[in-house]
Write a protein that binds this ligand. Structure first.
Ligand code: G1P
Length: 287
C-alpha cells in the first residue's frame, strides 16, 4: 500500500476555542512555542508524509503561510545575526509540500475529506485532524500506516475513553486479530453512553482507500445534520474490512481548554531552561 499524502481538514470554525479563535484559526493557537498545526504536521512527516493537503477556507490562509517562506522576516533575522532563529524559521518553511483545497461550505468532516478527492486520485492516503495532537515515539499515524500495510486494509486510530465521554467521539468495536489491532465490526458517531458499542474512540487518525469517496458521496446526512466521515467508514468497513489500531502516546485535544493548557505545560516542562522557573511560578497557584 503506497501512501504519500496526508489530508488535514482545517476549515472548521473552532467554536470550542472562541473567543481566542475569533480571528486566529484554532490550529494556529500556540502550544508552548509552536502552533498546534505544526505538531500535527510533524507527526505526518515522521510517517514520511511530506505532501500535505490542507482542506481549508478563506479564513484559514495563515495556516499555509506558516509553512511558507517569510522573506522579510528571514532577511531581518539574517541582518541581525540571529542565525539560530533564522534556521528554525526556515526549517518550518521547508517542512512540507503544501497542497490546498477549499471547503467552500462546512458540511461536516465527511464532506471535508471528499473535498480532497481531486488531489488524492486513486491512491490510499492518511487523514489527521488539525486540532488533535498525539505525542510519542512512533505514535499516531505511523502506527496506522504500519498496520494498514501489513494487512492491506484501511485503518482508524482509536484510544479508550471513559464511558461518560463516548458521546464526544466516533466509537468502534470489533474482534482483536493481533495485540492492539481489531477488525472493525461496528462504528457509531457520537453515541449516547447506553448505545455505545465499546469505549474505543476514534482519535483523528485514518488511513483510507479511495473507495471512501464513493461512500461519502452516497452518504445521507448523519449526526448533527452533517455529512459524517464515520458513516462512510462504516460502509467501507462492511464492504472490504477495516482495522482499528490502538494508538500509543499522549493525546491532547487542542479544542478542549483543559487539554490545551495541559499540553502547554507539558511541553514547557520538557524545556530545561524553563522547567524550574515554571514549576516555581506554578507552585503557589495550585495550593
Ligand atoms: C470528529 C469525528 C469523530 C472523532 C473525533 C476525534 O469529531 O467525527 O468520529 O472521534 O473527530 O476528535 P469532531 O470532534 O470533529 O466533532
Amino acid at each position: 500500500m503506497k501512501i504519500s499524502k496526508v489530508v488535514i481538514p482545517v476549515a472548521g470554525w473552532g467554536t470550542r476555542s472562541l473567543p481566542a479563535s475569533k480571528n486566529i484559526p484554532k490550529e494556529m493557537l500556540p502550544v508552548f512555542n509552536k502552533p498546534v498545526i505544526q505538531y500535527v504536521v510533524e507527526e505526518a512527516l515522521h510517517a514520511g508524509l511530506k505532501d500535505v493537503v490542507f482542506v481549508t477556507s478563506k479564513e484559514k490562509r495563515v495556516i499555509e503561510d506558516h509553512f511558507d517562506y517569510n522573506l522579510q522576516l528571514e532577511d531581518t533575522l539574517a541582518r541581525a545575526g540571529k542565525l539560530n532563529l533564522l534556521e528554525q524559521v526556515q526549517a518550518v518553511s521547508e517542512m512540507i509540500n503544501i497542497i490546498s483545497v477549499r471547503q467552500k461550505q462546512q458540511l461536516g468532516l465527511g464532506h471535508a475529506v471528499l473535498c480532497a478527492k481531486p488531489v488524492c486520485g486513486n491512491e490510499p492516503f492518511g487523514v489527521i485532524l488539525g486540532d488533535d495532537m498525539i505525542i510519542g515515539q512512533d505514535a499516531g499515524i505511523v502506527q496506522l500506516i504500519e498496520a494498514a500495510r501489513k494487512y492491506n486494509l484501511p485503518a482508524v486510530g482509536v484510544m479508550e475513553v471513559p464511558p461518560e465521554k463516548v458521546s464526544r467521539y466516533g466509537i468502534v468495536s470489533g474482534r482483536e486479530i493481533a495485540p492492539g489491532i481489531l477488525r472493525i465490526e461496528n462504528m457509531v458517531e457520537k453515541p449516547r453512553p447506553e448505545d455505545a458499542p465499546s469505549n474505543l474512540a476514534i482519535v483523528g487518525r485514518y488511513v483510507l482507500t479511495p473507495d471512501i469517496f464513493w461512500h461519502i458521496e452516497n452518504s445521507e446526512r448523519g449526526h448533527g445534520g452533517e455529512i459524517q466521515l464515520t458513516d462512510a467508514l462504516q460502509k467501507l468497513a462492511a464492504d472490504g474490512g477495516m482495522l482499528a489500531v490502538k494508538i500509543k502516546g499522549l493525546r491532547f485535544d487542542a479544542g478542549d481548554w483543559a487539554e490545551y493548557l495541559t499540553a502547554n505545560i507539558y511541553f514547557a516542562l520538557q524545556d530545561e531552561s524553563l522547567r524550574d522557573d515554571l514549576l516555581e511560578q506554578l507552585r503557589p497557584l495550585v495550593r
